[in-house]
Structure formats: C-alpha cells, structure tokens
Write a protein that binds this ligand. Structure first.
Ligand SMILES: Nc1ncnc2c1ncn2[C@@H]1O[C@H](COP(=O)(O)OP(=O)(O)OP(=O)(O)O)[C@@H](O)[C@H]1O
Ligand SMILES: [Mg+2]
Length: 249
C-alpha cells in the first residue's frame, strides 16, 4: 500500500474514536435519566436522530476501511447465516429513513414476520425458508456492503416497489435486486460503474448521491470472485444480479 493511501486510511480509522465517544454520550443521556435527568419527548427525538446518525457515520467509516481492504485484495472468510446479513443490511438502510421499520425488524423472529414488515414499505423479499436459515462462508462485511448499496439505490430510484430475491446455485449465492423506477438507458450501463458517474439528473429525477456506490460494489464483487449483471432500460425499472461463489470454512 502506498504511503499516501496508508495516511488516508489512518485518518478514516481515527474517526472511529470521536464517533464512539459521541455515541456513548448520547446513549447515556437517553438511558440513564437517574444520572443525567429526564429528557422531554422532543429532546428524546433529537437525541435519537443524532444517535442514528452516529451509527450511519460508523457504517460509513467501516465501509471506507472495507473498500481499502478490498483494494488490497484482503478477504475475511467466516461463517454466517443468510438471514443475518440481509436483516443487518436492511436495518442499516432503514435506520436512515424509517427507523420505526428498523426497530420492528429487530423484533422479528420468523421469516414471514420479517417479510410482512418489509411489505409495509413495498419491499418484497423472495427467499426460501431453508436458504434463509442456512449458514454460508464468505466475507460477511463485503457481502453486506454490496447488498446495502444495491438496495439503497433501488429504494432511492424506485417508483414504488423493490424486490430482493435470494437464491443458491452451483455453490454460489445470488442476490437479485429489482426496482420499478425510471431504469438506466443501455448507453450508460458501463459508465454507471465508473467513480463519480451519475446518469443526468433530469433523466432520473434529481436524487442526491456521489456516484461512488456502484464503483465500490464492482470492486467488492470482483474481489470475492463474483460477477454482476445489469438488466435495465429507460422506463423499464432496473435489475442488478450479483453472484458470489461460496467458500468452505
Ligand atoms: N436502481 C437504479 N435505478 C436507476 N438508476 C440507477 C440505479 N442504480 C444506479 N443508478 C444510476 O447509476 C448512478 C451511479 O450509481 P451509484 O450508486 O454509483 O451512485 P449514487 O447512488 O448516485 O451515489 P452514491 O455514491 O451515494 O451511491 C446513479 O447516480 C444513477 O444515475
Ligand atoms: Mg448509490
């Protein structure tokens, strides 16, 4: 790794401590009224929003570090349950938008309950019960980051509906993320994977972002030995399919 890159990664890494301090402070204010005094309902809402955003910051710092590791080709294989990464990715996303849904997801103990909660936001999960409970071996943080970015885009660019289909085929896990939004004209299918590229905002409606998510997803998918396909056209919605080979561990 080049010296400049190490310095940048160290800076990102060092953001963790102040964020953790802010998080601990806000948590104490909310959870220990006997020590800090009772908070009003309005104050509680503000503290909770601030706390959610420290979580977002933590996730972003971890993503930035994870991308650095991917750039170095470092992978961390471990066993985890399919349900865990999907739940986690969706909690991270909904924490930003509909935190009540995140709270509900955390209380779900069965697949059908989880699906029902998602359906209240027109997000449809298609996965069979066996695969949902199965343990697989891959780099969990990277798979979650891939999923989160694709789902974030689908939620951001949808008209109303998002679908996540999970499958297993030939010792690979497949995630298909579909939405019913404006779609991506064929002419841009390569360019959207370039850093900072965004399809003209007049064509997609002006939605904020940096044009970095998909470039990162592509690096991660390739690092895991997987592949990604895109089916979309103007006015036709979008479907990204990611296929990631499973390891043995
Ligand atoms: N599901 C989708 N439907 C329509 N357009 C999409 C979709 N996903 C990506 N795009 C287009 O591809 C571009 C690049 O996506 P990418 O995720 O890299 O960046 P972004 O979402 O704009 O910003 P961010 O860096 O926050 O992810 C988007 O700006 C958008 O124009
Ligand atoms: Mg994005």
């Amino acid at each position: 790794m080049g010296r400049e890159r190490i310095k940048i990664d160290l800076l990102i890494h060092d953001l963790k401590v102040p964020i953790a301090v802010i998080e601990a402070g806000l948590t104490s204010l909310l959870r220990r009224p006997e020590k800090y005094g009772a908070v009003t309902e309005k104050q509680e809402r503000v503290f909770k929003r601030a706390l959610r955003n420290t979580k977002v910051l933590q996730a972003l710092v971890n993503d930035a570090l994870e991308l650095g590791r991917a750039r170095e080709g470092i992978v961390n294989y471990a066993r985890f349950q399919v349900s865990d990464i999907i739940e986690q990715a969706l909690i991270e996303i909904f924490d930003l938008t509909y935190d009540d849904i995140s709270e509900k997801i955390k209380t779900c103990s069965h697949l059908h309950q989880f699906k029902e909660v998602l359906e209240t936001k027109d997000v449809h999960l298609i996965v069979d019960e066996g695969l949902w409970c199965e343990e697989i071996c891959q780099d969990e943080a990277k798979v979650r980051q891939i999923l989160r970015n694709l789902l974030n885009n689908a939620l951001k660019y949808r008209r109303s509906r998002v679908e996540l289909k999970v499958d297993k085929k030939d010792n690979a896990i497949l995630f298909a993320v579909c939405d019913d939004g404006e779609g991506i004209p064929a002419a841009y299918h390569k360019r959207i994977f370039e850093c900072y590229f965004q399809v003209n905002s007049t064509e997609t409606g002006s939605v904020r972002g940096h044009g970095l998510g998909l470039a990162g997803v592509l690096v991660l998918v390739e690092d895991l030995g997987g592949r990604m396909t895109l089916e979309s056209d103007q006015g036709q919605g979008t479907r990204f399919v990611v296929e990631i080979p499973l390891k043995s561990c």
